[in-house]
Ligand binder design. Sequence first.
Ligand SMILES: Nc1ncnc2c1ncn2[C@@H]1O[C@H](COP(=O)(O)OP(=O)(O)OP(=O)(O)O)[C@@H](O)[C@H]1O
Length: 365
Amino acid sequence: MTTTASSAQITAQLTLTRPGFTLDVDLQLPGRGVTALFGPSGCGKTTCLRAIAGLERAQPGRVEVNGEVWQDDAQTIWRATHERGLGYVFQEASLFDHLSVRGNIDYGLKRTPPARRKVALEQAVDLLGIAPLMDRKPQTLSGGERQRVAIARALATSPRLLLMDEPLAALDAQRKAEVLPYLERLQHTLDIPMLYVSHAIDEVASLAGHMVLLRKGRVLAQGRTNELIVRLDLPLAHGDTAATVIEGTVQQHDPQDHITTVAFSGGHLMLVSPRAHATGEPIRLRVQARDVSLALTAPCDTSILNVLPATVVALGEDSPGQMMVALDAGTTRLLARVTQRSAQALALAPGQPVFAQVKGIAIVN
Ligand SMILES: Nc1ncnc2c1ncn2[C@@H]1O[C@H](COP(=O)(O)OP(=O)(O)OP(=O)(O)O)[C@@H](O)[C@H]1O
């Protein structure tokens, strides 16, 4: 086995040329947690995953995962896919229809030498909530159930890296919402890094701490998801889906009004939450730019619960007639989408103190 001294990090320098398309990326990713590959159709997300998996050969290429070198053309190192210890989950779960769910998961387990087994069968089954399905045949399962079985099977191989290529894309919104919490649970429980391809920015924002933004085979930006989604120079901070993820701590929960108060670097936010959250629990919140409005003086007699003092950092044009405003509330960057007319009427400019009125907040996890 070829290893180097570097610790939890994934690096991939990949050049791969096809007629009409060149992938040329230098990825520097954390070796823990979920990293999303995000970008428009055809930008090279799947090609990146396949090159990291060794299913396609980048030339030249170098891939190193948590100290193990999988490819290094300069040193003529090449590990075949089956020697990389990968889990791969695709859009459509490719289960063996002649085997039961248990048989499918056992198949993954048996391919893993006992010394390398980190994830017990029971743990994979429990994390994906599939215990009641173990004796069923795949063709009797719903799409969401099949996908959970496919993920459990990949996990049962105790992969060094789990590659997921749009694992929720074939599911309708309801099934997606059913599988997403399991994926969130995985990353909190297992120390298996995941690379996650998705088109859906809300999925990325809730799952991935880190992301790579791809365009036409190149890296447009890579870094912490919370930071990239609010950068006005990048496409994510534009349009209807622009949003901020706020990391905070539950301060209290009022069971009478079902209101949870969350403390974060910019103050407090209150949100309606039917579930009682424990005091001190870390919590991530998503605030959409279209749900934030601005005022120059503190509004009074308003039904809006959350008014945060903030400072304008930058303004950018969004769509015709709309501006995107980046704000700092404490050390937290927020986005507000306001009309161009309002931006002019308030004479919004960098450095200006404002009050951000936050109308809608969603709990991410
Ligand atoms: N087997 C192949 N042979 C030739 N060209 C291919 C092949 N697979 C993909 N391509 C091309 O390579 C480019 C990158 O494709 P890739 O599948 O990596 O994009 P993607 O970002 O994953 O897209 P999508 O989101 O639509 O799945 C595209 O231009 C695509 O047409």
